[in-house]
Design a protein around this ligand. Structure first.
Ligand code: SF4
Length: 308
């Protein structure tokens, strides 16, 4: 990752969207690792992770929980569900008398029955396994929940149930959530804010509704136009020809100016003077501010500010 500037507050869900290879999962894994990234800085709960002692990192890991795309990868097939959910509690040395009660509580929270605690993972459907993975992550009352494509492997009816569950957890109020998805319908359903990634960089962030209804960066517009619109009545997405292919210029290669100009669908339609600006000035992040918490890494964000 070259540059990702993101913040997610307590009780808030921030979605990372973009095509495969945009850097979404890498970002999540870097946060989960609680290790200094190759570039930039990661702060979790107000602490720079590169400055954490071993003991501090261990304590931090207890409050940062990860739910993978494939729930089976996090569920030990040799253990009954109750033991799987209890495991992180035991690692954190919860008193034995509280563990059983907490396991029953979180199983109920995700819509499973108390008797499911004695069954093994292979007895459950894909959606139920995702509920078990969520119960395990929620058991320790995390402050930051990392969700990696939590519904992508599920069929439509099961997906709706999991999205409703995630939405309810958010209303509790729940932990801060960083949610990676290429499913814009899911993002619209559960996220408060969205960050659009392209080639390892954030190109636009803002409230989900603002970004989906008035995308400013050419890449965001192309991305939204290229996927099925989840709610056509509510979203009028301007069209772009296609999602831009190829990546931005590498560091040092045409270093001046906007590095996206070689794959920007809007660049060729700009007037001469505007193109010169794209070629000479790096669109600073977040120098084009169009509202609180909203920014676009482009000199000419469509329809939001007067072209300069
Ligand atoms: S600054 Fe110019 S080249 Fe870069 S994304 Fe915006 S319009 Fe395209």
């Amino acid at each position: 990752m070259e540059r990702v500037d993101l913040e997610v507050g307590y009780g808030e869900t921030l979605a990372l969207v973009g095509e495969s290879g945009a850097g979404k999962s890498t970002t999540l894994l870097e946060v989960m690792a609680l290790a200094a990234p190759r570039h930039g800085r990661i702060e979790v709960l107000g602490r720079d992770v590169s400055a954490l002692s071993r003991a501090e990192a261990r304590r931090m890991r207890a409050v940062v929980q990860y739910v993978p795309q494939d729930p089976m990868s996090s569920l030990d097939p040799r253990l009954p569900v109750g033991d799987i959910v209890a495991e992180p509690l035991l690692v954190q040395r919860w008193p034995a008398d509280r563990v059983a009660a907490r396991v029953a509580e979180v199983l109920g929270l995700v819509g499973l029955r108390p008797r499911d605690a004695s069954a093994y993972p292979h007895r459950f459907s894909g959606g139920q396994r995702q509920r078990i993975a969520l119960a395990r992550a929620l058991a320790v009352e995390p402050e930051l929940l990392l969700l990696d494509e939590p519904v992508s492997a599920l069929d439509v009816s099961v997906r709706a149930g999991i999205l409703d569950l995630l939405r309810r957890l958010r209303e509790d109020p729940g932990p801060a959530c960083l949610f990676v998805s290429h499913d814009l319908g899911a993002v619209r359903h559960i996220a408060d804010r969205v960050a659009v990634l392209h080639s390892g960089r954030v190109v636009e962030t803002g409230g989900v509704r603002e970004v989906f209804e008035r995308p400013g960066h050419p890449y965001t517009r192309a991305l939204l136009a290229a996927v099925p619109v989840p709610d056509p009545a509510a979203v009028a997405v301007p069209t772009e020809s296609s999602v831009p292919r190829g990546g931005p210029l590498a560091v040092g290669e045409g270093a001046a100016g906007c590095r996206f100009r070689t794959c920007c669908p809007a660049f060729t339609r700009l007037e001469g003077g505007q193109r010169v600006r794209c070629e000479r000035e790096v669109p600073g992040v977040p120098d084009i501010s169009v509202g609180r918490g909203r920014w676009i890494a482009c000199h000419f964000p469509a329809g939001l500010v007067e072209r300069r």
